[in-house]
Design a protein around this ligand. Sequence first.
Ligand SMILES: [Zn+2]
Length: 480
Amino acid sequence: MKYEVVIGLEVHVEMLTGSKLFCSCPNRFVAEPNVNTCPVCLGFPGALPQLNREALQQALRAAVALNCKVALYSYFDRKNYFYPDMPKGYQISQHYIPLGSNGFLDIEDEKGELKQVGIGRVHIEEDAGKLLHEAGGASGGSSMVDYNRAGGPLIEIVSEPDLRSSGEARRYLEKLKSIMQYAGVSDCKMEEGSLRCDANVSLRIPGDQSFGIKTELKNMNSFRAVEKSLDHDIKRQARILDSGEKVVTQTLRWDEDRQETIVMRGKLEAGDYRCFADPELAPIELTAEEVELARQNLPEMAAERARRFVEQYGLPEYDAGVLTASRCLADYFESCLEHFNKPKEVSNWVMGEFSAHLNNAGLEADQASFTPEDMVELLKMIDEQVISGKIAKEVLEKAFVSGKKPRLVVEEEGLLQISDQSELEAIIDRVISENPDTVESYRGGKGKALGHLVGQVMKATRGKANPQLVNELLVKKINS
Ligand SMILES: [Zn+2]
């Protein structure tokens, strides 16, 4: 393509706090509609908001984790607009002085080299409620509002327009999610709305100093959707520019069913919100010591943890990288080790079968009903030769889906490994008499023939024979 792609991302992250940003309502929006509300978050006249200190600490942690310069003095502004999801008629945000600015995070660029992506600002703001539309279309069904989320504690993280492809945008999001999870700021579950992403995208001729006209993309509910909608809009803009026309500033929404972007509206300019300082809230004042303390108290991040996994557990760098890409997968791995101290074995199963099932189900490690205790139970059964590795995969799958304990699955399905010598000998005798040619070629020096015979025994036992024992017994019998 002859154009250079310019992408900037605006990410909203719902912080993990006990209560909302300016009131003591529980910060839980997966509940019966409107139960977690009070006069403050419903915007009753006269109700006074008060900043949640825990939310401030979380936002501060996010800002330092993203290498931001922290403003020792900042305050809240009212961003005025009318929409039913915002009962006060304005949103409390930080417009003029964000808590954090001039930060960055590192990603790999298209060539696999390290690239620093600028973070323009990190600011605190409150969440809006949620509109629920009844079936019947715009004219027929009615709409209702759930204010459980209204007043929820958000941070908005705005990147500089440093991203040059949809792939870079995706890697930026993955890195951001990892940092927020490791810092304990948010669980960043996109499908539950605790991480939301809007994208600005424009094209220009390489070498141009000014930016092209941008469009804003919304309603992307997964990292995959972000990548796809960016690709879609990049192609659309290139077609417009190729034909000599001009791109129009507008907001588009990604339609997952139609796999295309659809125009929502022309964009509101910043001035339309008439932002001004909120007179009801005290400014945020921090000391340099408080900021420094937050920096020092940052928990271990992915890269450090990966290094530790290599040193402490002797894992290959590849394993350490895969396991620590998600904090909860790394936590899962370490929980398993507490009761089964064979790191490489645990790593193989966590990265392999377990992760594959997580991906299929679209779950994070901490959402799976197959717990670290279950994994340990499974690995111990392999270790004690109660089941073979092959059967263990089957057990994991069944336990993962049903939520049953692995041992119960083994019992119910009759999957115990056959290590009983006399039982195996009878099967082996039969296999030997049924395959005289194979036996002969093994005697004649063809080592491979043995594998075939072992396979026959495994087949006859539906994979439950102890393969090592089968091997030994076969060789002994053929040579006797
Ligand atoms: Zn409230």
